[in-house]
Design a protein around this ligand. Structure first.
Ligand code: F6P
Length: 538
């Protein structure tokens, strides 16, 4: 398999960028081609995508598709779907797609055969959904607290929030992730032990933050006169013995081939199943599975995750754009940017290729954002007029889950206006014409410059009919496969996360110094760390 920078397509893209590809103008492209919207939009399962406001001409697109071909995106995809050990530095398969295969489904495509591990997957899914149903039926349990971090928190927390309309009144889901006691302590003040179920969610069941919170929750539960730990604590983990040692009887397992940031489809999804019910949980899986089929079967030129991954590479490696803003125009998706930060930056924030060679090109952009319209009144100034060009991804939802129709129209108009403004901009001459009534003493020419917009700033708009379990499942799977695509192009292993280990190890070494009993010297520590330790202890 070729690394991107050794392919002919990469060299051709470089040449194209230095020529017409790099000076492409969206306004001219729309003026020259009335069919641009039609030819650059795509209906994937549950997700409609408008790619037309991206800095792409026909040559760019053709060369990017050549790049996907020359880097073996389809072959790597099929290797992943077959269950090969594509997570090479951990020697593991990567099979989150197997978690959302419905019973008796056909193979995702002819090259991959039936999805592996289906008996185990269906067995745990059934058990987890049955337990979720029991919790939902138990009128004594009003509060469910998921204790987990990273992939054991972000996915379930984001999905439960997004699907709030499918929840039941009288049952509250809480998510505690931070080892900072300011996360758990205020929540405990609101809870009653006998009405609370804690779910300890941890793939490894060793993560410091999660274990500290889980022990604190258990201590609190006992201190409140709580009895029957087995009824008030459950676990979702691959480390079943450790959960048993903690005193937990209801444990739902999963497998090492489910990466933490890809685990909401597994037992880690228990809080989702409790919030929305088993049937809706299956719809979430079905939406993701529909996107898996699209990814596995659609030709690259009509394959939405592939196209988005390629556009990411085009912006990152040729335009030199270092970040991407995600702007969901749905309040329910307010944690989507945080979820995507782990998905994208933990997956593709890598600096060596699969053979261990340092990369001479950039990988993951910074992914960030806030729900519209809040971002508009904060950092959109920079998006419109700042010196950096940052591609923006708008997510619009056609039908809301509320009856405030006027507000929904405003929301959608704002969403459309932002991508339009980024693209069309405003020339200084237009601004000058508007600045004729400038207050006395202000120089109209200076004002016109300050009020002009360069335009030609790229964006993608994704549209969902409604925010449902199925559409959300499809949207998340779309992001997973897009990250996979750019990771293959960059030749990296998107499924390990060694970058988080060093800090964890050093934390273990520093913790004893913060013990009030520790009075010894801080010999061996760098002066900054030693000085800060002193400052925090004294
Ligand atoms: O530290 C990073 C990480 O390993 C993530 O990849 C993972 O989602 C998170 O920690 C939590 O890990 P666990 O589920 O094992 O507690």
């Amino acid at each position: 398999m070729n690394r991107c920078d050794s392919t002919e397509a990469w060299a051709a893209l470089r040449g194209h960028y230095e020529g017409p590809g790099g000076t492409f103008d969206l306004r001219q492209a729309f003026a020259a081609d009335p069919g641009r919207f039609a030819s650059h939009t795509l209906q994937a399962p549950e997700v409609f995508a408008d790619l037309s406001k991206n800095l792409l001409d026909a040559t760019t697109l053709r060369l990017l598709l050549d790049l996907a071909d020359q880097c073996g995106v389809a072959e790597r995809r099929d290797a992943m779907l077959r269950g090969e050990l594509v997570n090479s530095t951990e020697g593991r398969a990567v099979l989150h797609t197997a978690l959302r295969v419905p019973p008796r489904a056909e193979a995702l495509n002819a090259a991959v055969g039936p999805a592996p591990f289906q008996d185990e997957v269906q067995q745990v899914l059934e058990a987890m959904l049955t337990y979720a149903e029991q919790v939902r039926a138990d009128g004594h349990i009003t509060d469910i607290v998921n204790i987990g971090i990273g992939g054991s928190d972000l996915g379930p927390a984001m999905v439960v929030q997004a699907l709030d309309a499918y929840g039941s009144p009288g049952r509250r889901l809480h998510f505690v992730s931070n080892v900072d006691g300011h996360d758990l302590a205020p929540l405990l003040r609101q809870l009653e032990a006998k009405k609370t179920l804690f779910i300890v969610a941890s793939k490894t069941f060793t993560t410091q933050e999660t274990m500290a919170n889980a022990h604190a929750a258990r201590d609190w539960f006992l201190s409140q006169g709580g009895t029957h730990i087995e009824r008030h604590f459950a676990a979702t983990t691959t480390n079943v013995p450790a959960a048993a040692a903690f005193g937990i009887e209801h444990t739902f397992g999963f497998w090492d081939w489910v990466g933490g940031r890809y685990s909401l489809w597994s037992a880690i999804g228990l809080p989702i199943a409790i919030a929305i019910g088993p049937e809706r949980f299956r719809e979430l899986l079905a939406g993701a599975h529909a996107m898996d089929r699209h990814f596995a079967q659609a030709p690259p030129a009509r394959n939405l995750p592939v196209l988005l991954g390629l556009i990411d590479v085009w912006y990152r490696n040729f335009h030199g754009m270092a970040s991407r803003c995600v702007a969901p125009y749905h309040q329910g998706l307010r944690r989507l940017p945080a979820y995507l930060q782990q998905l994208e930056m933990e997956s593709n924030g890598k600096r060596v290729d699969r053979q261990g060679h340092a990369l001479p090109y950039a990988t993951s952009p910074v992914v960030w954002g806030e729900p519209g319209t809040n971002g508009q009144h904060a950092y959109f100034q920079m998006l419109h007029q700042g010196t950096d060009v940052i591609p923006v991804e708008f997510i619009a939802v056609k039908t809301p889950a509320h009856k405030l129709a006027g507000q929904h129209r405003m929301l959608l108009a704002n969403c459309l206006a932002q991508s339009q403004a980024l693209m069309v901009g405003k020339t200084a001459a237009q601004a000058l014409a508007e600045a004729t009534s400038a207050p006395p003493g202000l120089n109209p020419a200076v004002l016109a410059q300050a009020r002009s917009f360069p335009g030609n700033r790229p964006s993608t708009t994704l549209v969902l009919e409604a925010l449902t379990p199925a559409s959300l499942g499809a949207l998340i799977a779309l992001y997973e496969h897009r990250v996979f695509t750019s990771g293959v192009i960059w030749g990296i292993n998107s499924f390990d996360q060694w970058g988080v280990e060093l800090g964890k190890a050093l934390c273990g070494q520093l913790l004893p110094y913060l013990d009030p009993q520790h009075t010894g010297p801080t010999t061996g520590l760098d002066a900054s760390t030693a000085g800060l330790l002193q400052r925090l202890k004294s």
